[in-house]
Design a protein around this ligand. Structure first.
Ligand SMILES: [Zn+2]
Ligand SMILES: [Zn+2]
Length: 261
């Protein structure tokens, strides 16, 4: 059982969870050619994907969705708000196999439970996943702050993929217009490196041992900065990387690496 990230950044997000023969996909913010390239790099066939779970309608999560789901005849799960938005705006064909996700659902021997995330979109969600090997995982990106609902969804999971979107200083001093800076750092925007680190402290205390930092901004963050911030924050609180937890930053586009779950 492994987590395999096809791509992760403000430009595109898609994550596979499973083994080479069977699994599920989270978000499809990737073109079909890169999708096939990324899967073959890890020896996964598109036919192994039982379902696609969509967090929300922003293009970095859905740009390949309609074509990928159509080509491989894969059912799609998302909140009512997200699915309605996508179909209404012509981003998703109503003839696809669409399922409203408002309660735990079984897909390919995984049990996926959605939870609401605070983000400026129709009805965004994160995912708590009970895996067939008895482990639990959480995938949670695009959130302005770690709400109580989010914490309930991710606490205690063995593996957590969490957003570490921006460095506060880089955002403040960067080239983005003021309204965009405001949007990103608001309570319905994205999680900063420091908010991420504070959340990880609670996660590691709850038993989380494998962490992946996801959805880094290309403009307002750097992988080494995101990694150092969380690793140092946790070290200052007596939690040591490599002993208490593993921590890695997901690359923008996969280099073929899988993370054991
Ligand atoms: Zn978003
Ligand atoms: Zn996003």
């Amino acid at each position: 059982m492994f987590c395999y990230n096809l791509c992760s950044s403000s430009r595109g997000n898609s994550t596979f969870l499973g083994d080479t023969g069977s699994g599920i996909l989270f978000d499809a913010g990737i073109g079909i050619r890169n999708f096939q390239k990324a899967l073959s790099l890890a020896g996964i066939s598109p036919q192994a994907i039982h379902a696609i779970f969509i967090s929300h309608e922003h293009s970095d999560h859905v740009k390949g969705l309609d074509i990928i789901a159509g080509r491989f005849d894969i059912p799609i799960y998302g909140s009512r708000g997200t699915l309605e938005f996508l179909v209404h705006h012509g981003l998703l064909s109503a003839s696809r196999k669409l399922h409203i996700l408002d309660a735990p659902v079984e897909a390919g021997s995984f049990l996926v439970t959605p939870f609401s995330t605070p983000h400026d979109s129709a009805e965004s969600i994160g995912f708590h996943i009970d895996c067939p090997n008895g482990k639990s995982a959480a995938i949670c990106t695009d959130l302005g702050y770690p709400s109580e609902t989010v914490m309930q969804g991710i606490l205690g999971c063995d593996f957590v993929m969490l957003e570490s979107n921006y460095d506060r200083k880089m955002l403040l001093t960067g080239s983005y217009p003021a309204f965009l800076k405001q949007r990103i750092s608001s309570r319905s925007g994205h999680l900063s490196n420091d908010q991420c680190a504070q959340t990880l402290e609670q996660l590691v205390q709850s038993g989380t041992s494998r962490i992946a930092l996801a959805h880094l901004s290309e403009e307002n963050n750097r992988p080494e900065l995101a990694h150092a911030y969380s690793a140092q924050y946790l070290a200052q609180r007596g939690m040591t990387e490599g002993i208490d937890f593993t921590l890695e930053v997901l690359p923008r586009f996969t280099e073929g690496r899988r993370i054991a779950v």
